[in-house]
Design a protein around this ligand. Sequence first.
Ligand SMILES: [Ca+2]
Length: 258
Amino acid sequence: MTPLGQRDSRWGNIALGFSNTKIKDFGCVITCIAMLAGTTPDVVNRELKRVGGFANGNLVVWSKIPAAFPQLTFITRSKVYNNDVVKANLPCLVEVDFDNSPNSFGNHWVIYIGNQRLLDPWTGQERSTSSYKITKGYAIVKKKELIEPEPAEPQETPPIPETTPEPIPTPEEVPTDGTDTESVVSRDFVDTTWVPADSGDTTRGMDSSVNPFGGDTPTTQPEAYQEVPIGQLPPKSIVPLETIWRAIINLFRRLLRR
Ligand SMILES: [Ca+2]
């Protein structure tokens, strides 16, 4: 909160409310409101006039404050000081005796801010609460707290469908009596009966049932598949160099003849 002084030249000589009195002389309340609202006394003066916030010319109507400043809420005004209530509602407007004399009139308003400190619109400064010995009452004008967003409605857990899940399709079962395995393993692979093919039958190709060697299983592999020891590779067929030269010479001779 920024301390403000009612006697500031920027607004001190402005008429308070609808009266002939000046803000500098009687504008302690609107200066306190200005500090709470974060504005200046001339704005408070103008806004309270706009909403009918003055009675008898220059008396602030507490209940009209929120109409002028929606960020403020008027709670109560007591003409008896209660320190516990004030401490529980800081910053709080406190009504004090201006000249510290109970025998003379002179009410004044300040803002208690805690730690025995107050903001005095008369001086425009922060001071000790002991600056004014006599307290006469208080007014609670609260700054509205930042409205917290409404807690979101708890999301209802989506109901679990009671329908039975679709059964996982299983491979089509083949009725069996427990001994028949034909549907699983082809009989061709389980039949251990060796069926010798007719001699000369070639239509079955390399059917394993046919012995391609006609009963005489060779003991040695064909030569082409024989392994050759490393280092003894068969010599490659090389065209003799002499033959190449002769061919070249013959070619030149033919060309020269033309
Ligand atoms: Ca007095």
